[in-house]
Design a protein around this ligand. Sequence first.
Ligand SMILES: Cc1cc2nc3c(=O)[nH]c(=O)nc-3n(C[C@H](O)[C@H](O)[C@H](O)COP(=O)(O)OP(=O)(O)OC[C@H]3O[C@@H](n4cnc5c(N)ncnc54)[C@H](O)[C@@H]3O)c2cc1C
Length: 329
Amino acid sequence: MDCAVVGASFAGLACAAALARAGMRVTVLEKKTDPGEKLHTTGIIVKEAIDQVTLLDGLPAELVRRINGVRLYAPNLRHVDLAAPGYYFLATDTPKVMRWLAARAEQAGARIVYRRLFEQAERIQSGFDLGEAGTTRFLVGADGPSSRVAKTLGLGQSTKFLFGVEHEYADVEIAEPDKLHCFIDRRLAPGYIGWVVAGVGVVQVGLARRMRADRSTANAAMEAFVEKTAPLFDLRRMQPVSVRAGMIPCGGVVKPVAARRVLLVGDAAGMVSPVTAGGIHTALKHGLATLTAVSFRSLSERCALRLVTRHKADASGSRHRLFSSQRRL
Ligand SMILES: Cc1cc2nc3c(=O)[nH]c(=O)nc-3n(C[C@H](O)[C@H](O)[C@H](O)COP(=O)(O)OP(=O)(O)OC[C@H]3O[C@@H](n4cnc5c(N)ncnc54)[C@H](O)[C@@H]3O)c2cc1C
């Protein structure tokens, strides 16, 4: 194959779709049985992603719900409403969005192999030997915050994280459902915020906090958060229908983010917005940008790298660092 992509989530599927569309033979290796299972994200997509990421064109309306602004609560629960004309987020039925994205990558020509855990890659002259998965010229690690690709190939790994936990409640309605309710609380969510949002068919309640201790600390904070927000949204007697939890890299882009013929994208690369801690937009955007790095396979690597570094940089420093690091591909 031309390129193996590890991870069938936002970054990996975007990358696979772009490379396959450009005519490369791409295989995605995913350890889960289905791209929609065991998610660790609220799945809110920012407007910039909808506007800029063509892969999202045609996202079915029934999989999303428009959120028009933010209600920001102080620790004492007093609030201020924030909105900008024309700006919105999309809450999503994330499992279905993931399946839809996987179908788009497959339509573009990518092959997705589920239940395939990436464990090792051995460098060979023409690229990598992945054992049972075959050989590949290029390898992309889109395998999330504790990337096995990074570990195996000696690339950088994130060391600073937030830990996020979220409960989903079915058959509940909340007041002001067109707002993302965000809570500042240094005790329950140090380093980040708590949130309540009416998603697609569920209400999502979560928080993220600096990760120092074990998961039980976050679970205890969640209990306290549900209690604290009860005067606004009383969910105390409800049982969550599902729980999503995971680490959010917050230390910036890892170094090195790439080496010869191998590149990290999305959370594996530490590409999460330093402002919002959202990573879906960057995962999609940088997944798609991988094409620039590897699709000029008929040119020499040196040429490809020059193209990469010339790729229009946006204002984000992290993106600039990514492309600079791709020189090493
Ligand atoms: C609680 C929580 C809420 C969040 N909410 C939002 C939000 O609302 N909006 C937003 O923009 N961001 C949010 N984020 C961040 C966002 O979810 C991530 O930035 C985003 O999922 C990154 O996508 P990714 O494709 O890089 O990695 P991931 O989504 O982590 O996907 C990695 C994939 O690789 C697979 N994989 C891992 N290891 C292997 C292996 N060895 N072999 C094969 N497959 C492997 C995994 O199964 C997974 O499918 C949230 C994060 C958390 C924890």
